[in-house]
Design a protein around this ligand. Structure first.
Ligand code: ADE
Length: 251
């Protein structure tokens, strides 16, 4: 899978993608990620990437020319992109379903916004999607770009060594993950639940599934409405006092 990230802070992206499973997958050739400095696509002596807003107001706006030039140069040198994602708090909220959809593409360009905004013509004529990572405002699109590249990359076969761990992730089934414990079995008086020490694999699986349901019902009841639950899982939630929407006492 091929990514090209365009930013005015390339070191921020490089350092974020140098380690962990993504760093290893890059070295192994599973991921082909190139980070581009937006300033390299300017044509003036001072490599200016921003300008004042037409109509006035505070803050600077990223100019269209370098971003158009970057996407065109990347397409020429690295092949046409299947998607050009513009990081923006005004974008569509990114979800695990988006991460899965993007893994089906071969080549993604990610554009990091900065300053007060980005010239609208980039949104209209370069970007194919505008993506937000949540309802808060960051100082730029670099951290969001790292989030997207990481979330998509770890779904590429071979990037996370243990495929089962990807399958078991929070959200893969539309539920939050169950609790995890490691040794020691007792720490400062806090014991690991007995069932996990029992060696009964069926009981352990059932406990994990129930704890995932309980957590989701308590913390993210709206996810339950979307999750495909079995009759047994619905019965469990009901027996624990969670109503159809997951809310305790809502029946
Ligand atoms: N740029 C600034 N804030 C952002 C956010 N929440 N998501 C994506 N890009 C952003």
């Amino acid at each position: 899978m091929k990514f090209d990230v365009v930013t005015i802070f390339p070191a921020m992206i490089e350092s974020g993608l140098a380690e962990g499973v993504v760093g290893r997958a890059r070295q192994a050739g599973l991921l082909d990620i190139v980070v581009h400095n937006l300033r390299n696509f300017t044509t003036d002596r001072h490599h200016v990437v921003d300008d004042v807003a037409f109509g006035g107001g505070p803050g600077m706006v990223l100019k269209p020319e370098p971003l158009f030039a970057a996407s065109e140069t990347i397409a020429e040198q690295r092949g046409p992109a299947d998607a050009v994602l513009l990081m923006s708090p005004a974008g569509k909220p990114f979800t695990q379903a988006d991460a899965r959809r993007l893994t089906t593409l071969g080549h993604i360009i990610v554009l990091c916004g900065r300053y007060e905004g980005i010239d609208e013509r980039v949104r209209q004529h370069v970007a194919t999607e505008e993506v937000s990572i949540g309802d808060y405002v960051l100082s730029g699109g670099e951290v969001p770009a790292l989030v997207i590249v990481d979330a998509v990359s770890r779904l590429v076969p071979g990037v996370v060594g243990d495929e089962q761990s990807v399958d078991a992730d929070s959200f893969t089934r539309g539920l939050l993950d169950h609790p995890h414990y490691t040794r020691p079995a007792e720490f400062r008086g806090h014991r690991v639940p007995d069932v996990l020490l029992s060696g009964h694999h069926r009981e352990i699986r059932k406990w994990r599934q129930q704890e995932a349901l309980r957590r989701t019902a308590e913390r993210r009841p709206e996810l339950l409405a979307e999750a495909a639950l079995t009759a047994e899982e619905r019965d469990f939630l009901e027996s624990e006092g969670f109503g159809p929407a997951g809310k305790k006492g809502s029946r």
